[in-house]
Design a protein around this ligand. Structure first.
Ligand code: IVH
Length: 668
């Protein structure tokens, strides 16, 4: 393919991808499967990688999130972004209507009513129909440039569906669905991170990430609700502006209605006040706008807000109930979460009987005791929370709660790491953590055991066939074949896959163990620095933090993990099962001068560190083992050698001193 052909195909792909994006995200009506879509995307990315000069900022590939940014630049809004005046009941809304109608001297007024989605206002500028930049509201005059983050939101077109010459500034609300919000907070709670109070904070926190990759994972969406600035002719009513924006490819909320009287508008607001809990996203009110743009202009604005629109705010839903007990749940990462059991109470559309208390600090700060009368609300309309206790209603019999020092599931002493609010059970074999640990261990980025998914793991747990990850290697074909929906043939296949995983490279094992904060990248770094699990297990915090990519958080977590007897026991059993704990030499190693040669190091070398010696041996195809056996080819003895030298002599293994070792290396 030459550059011309590549360009042609890239253009085709971009158009196709944007079209299917639009069908999927904006119209909610996809024409192709996810797999077909992914294939188009992969083809585009591959071509762009081959021809980087053909990458343009409006390519759909640019949504995945480019490089992290230094900080946020600022953008001055072409027209200031005002906010809305609030009304809280029918009377105040009628007041607004009278002011509008008086100013318009009794002429007919139509109103557009919109949902007030609880998110974050943004402005997005298009130049000749192409996404140019986007910003937060900021102080109304100047916002933060969050262009790369906005580009990760798939309902924001990178190129408008119809040509719009010149500058167009579109405004809307970026938000997170209740479900995504709940899941994000769940993950944060399990990771011991601070929670977002509501979807607006979650959306804001996600948009204001310096690394757009984080934003890309946060499942944000947008509803656009107006135009800040545009050149050329535009529709003459707000309702038509919204229809036009939808045609250009934007997400416009489907519940927007136009009414010819304020009374009808009010009835619609009241309807949503009842129904709002059925929506998949949180709203905190309704927005009522004068439809005619000419009338809007006539009405004008105060310094802070337009006179042609108003927010009809819903009261925050709260209820009073009693804390009957506080129990502890152990999450899949081992975090102990206190949960309040409540006398059931009706709140924001459901009956609430439980509320997470998140961690012990919150219980102390809010002084929540067992037996207390408390006020509950729902963060983001989904997550029940205790706002405060009512100490004035205490009878004296209330009990101050204390977090347990041992895991209520397995009895292991819990730890509270520096700088974390959460206590966690550190035992990787704790039954509460086991399922997740097993799934993590067998996952694609972990030991990559094909065929071992949730269905298999759940059955193994149910039948108590595994108590830790090492037990996987003890399973026989018969064991596996005895499971439901498992034929002899698939049992054999899985057995083979498990056995095959013993040969995996070291980083997979390190990742698969599920050490907190150790992701794939850290696992690879650790594997290439320490070369064996045994070495890593002995590493000190200082040794770990000396590695540029490893910070104190990872270092502390790694040493803490390996200091645990239970964890060491599981690792010993993995080694016993024959799981590889060494970094594998590259594939070509077989042809290298020291391939198949095993070295053991003992004592201190004067001219190189142990680490360097290992790297040299490995680079020549050799392996470094931690103990001497008949299979050892060479023992390299530095100063003050230990018992390994003795052992080598007993077994008749060849011993090299430092000079001989250097000689051997030099020869190769
Ligand atoms: S119109 C000049 N419409 O509510 C009027 N705002 O204080 C600009 N919001 O900052 C706002 N949904 O973040 C408008 N359909 C909607 C809205 C909406 C949510 C937010 C927006 C704004 C705040 C009003």
């Amino acid at each position: 393919m030459d550059v011309e052909q590549a360009k042609k195909r890239i253009d085709e792909l971009r158009e196709l991808i944007e079209y299917h994006n639009y069908r999927y995200y904006v119209l909610d009506d996809p024409e192709i499967t996810d797999a077909e879509f992914d294939a188009l995307m992969r083809e585009l990315m591959a071509l762009e990688e081959q021809w980087p000069e053909l990458v343009t900022p409006d390519s759909p590939s640019q949504r995945v999130g480019g490089k992290p940014r230094e900080g946020f630049a600022t953008i001055r809004h072409v027209v200031p972004m005002l906010s809305l005046a609030n009304v809280f009941d029918a009377g105040e809304l009628a007041e607004f209507g009278r002011r509008v109608e008086a100013a318009l001297q009794g002429r007919e007024v139509a109103y557009v009513v919109e949902l007030k989605v609880d998110g974050l206002a943004v402005s997005i500028q298009y130049e000749d129909g192409v996404f140019a930049r986007g910003a937060t509201r900021g102080d109304g005059e100047i916002g933060e440039d969050i262009s790369p983050n906005l580009k990760t939101i798939r309902t924001i077109p990178l190129r408008l569906r119809h040509p719009v010459p010149g500058l167009l500034e579109v405004r809307g609300e970026v938000f997170m669905s209740k479900e995504s919000f709940a899941r994000l907070n769940e993950r944060r709670e399990e990771a011991g991170q601070p929670l977002f109070a509501n979807p607006r904070n979650a959306a804001a926190g996600s948009l204001r990430q310096l690394d757009p990759k984080v934003t890309a994972h946060r499942q944000l969406d947008i509803y656009v609700y107006g135009v800040g600035y545009h050149e050329g002719t535009a529709p003459e009513t707000h309702a038509k502006v919204l229809a036009w924006l939808a045609e250009l490819g934007f997400h416009v909320n489907e519940h927007i209605r136009r009414f010819t009287s304020l009374n009808e508008a009010l009835a619609y607001c009241e309807e949503w006040e009842e129904k709002r809990f059925e929506l998949p996203y949180a709203i905190d009110g309704m927005v009522i706008k004068v439809d005619s743009l000419a009338q809007q202009e006539q009405l004008g604005a105060t310094l802070k807000s337009p006179r042609w629109a108003v927010a009809y705010k819903f009261p925050a839903e709260q209820a009073e109930t009693t804390v009957e007990d506080i129990i502890i749940r152990v999450g899949r990462t081992g975090v102990l979460t206190p949960t309040a059991l409540l006398t059931p109470v009706s709140l924001a559309g459901t009956t609430v009987s439980k509320a997470s208390l998140h961690n012990e600090d919150i219980i102390r700060e809010r002084d929540i005791r067992i037996g207390d009368r408390v006020i509950v609300h729902k963060a983001g309309e989904v997550i029940p929370e205790i706002v405060r206790s009512l100490p004035e209603k205490r009878s004296g019999g209330e009990i101050v709660f204390r977090m347990p020092d041992i895991c209520p599931v397995c009895g292991t002493g819990v730890v509270r790491l520096e700088g974390e609010a959460a206590r966690r059970c550190p035992n990787i074999a704790c039954p509460a953590r086991l399922r997740e640990n097993l799934l993590h261990f067998v996952s694609r980025n972990g030991m990559d055991i094909m065929g071992a998914g949730p269905a298999l793991i759940d059955q193994l747990l149910e039948r108590e066939m595994v108590r830790d990850v090492a037990d996987l290697y003890r399973l026989t074909v018969e064991d596996l074949a005895s499971l439901e929906r498992m034929g002899e043939k698939s049992a054999r296949k899985i057995h083979e896959a498990i056995a095959g995983s013993k040969e995996n490279d070291l980083w997979r094992l390190i990742f698969g163990l599920g050490i907190r904060h150790v992701g794939e990248k850290a696992a690879k770094t650790l594997a290439s620095r320490f070369l064996s699990l045994e070495r890593l297990m002995e590493a000190s915090i200082e040794e770990l933090t000396a590695i540029p990519e490893i910070g104190p958080k990872i270092a502390e977590s790694v040493t803490e993990f390996f200091s645990r007897v239970q964890n060491r026991r599981v690792i010993a059993r993995l080694i016993e099962a024959g799981v590889n704990t060494r970094r594998q030499a590259p594939a070509e190693a077989r042809d290298l001068p020291l391939s198949d040669k095993t070295f053991v190091l003992t004592g201190t070398l004067t001219e190189m560190t142990r680490q360097e010696a290992m790297e040299v041996i490995e680079s020549l195809g050799g392996k470094v083992a931690s103990s001497v056996s008949k299979k050892t080819d060479f023992v390299v003895a530095g100063e003050n050698p230990g018992s390994k030298l003795q052992k080598a002599r007993e077994l008749g293994v060849k011993v090299l001193d430092e000079n001989e070792f250097k000689q051997l290396i030099a020869n190769h």
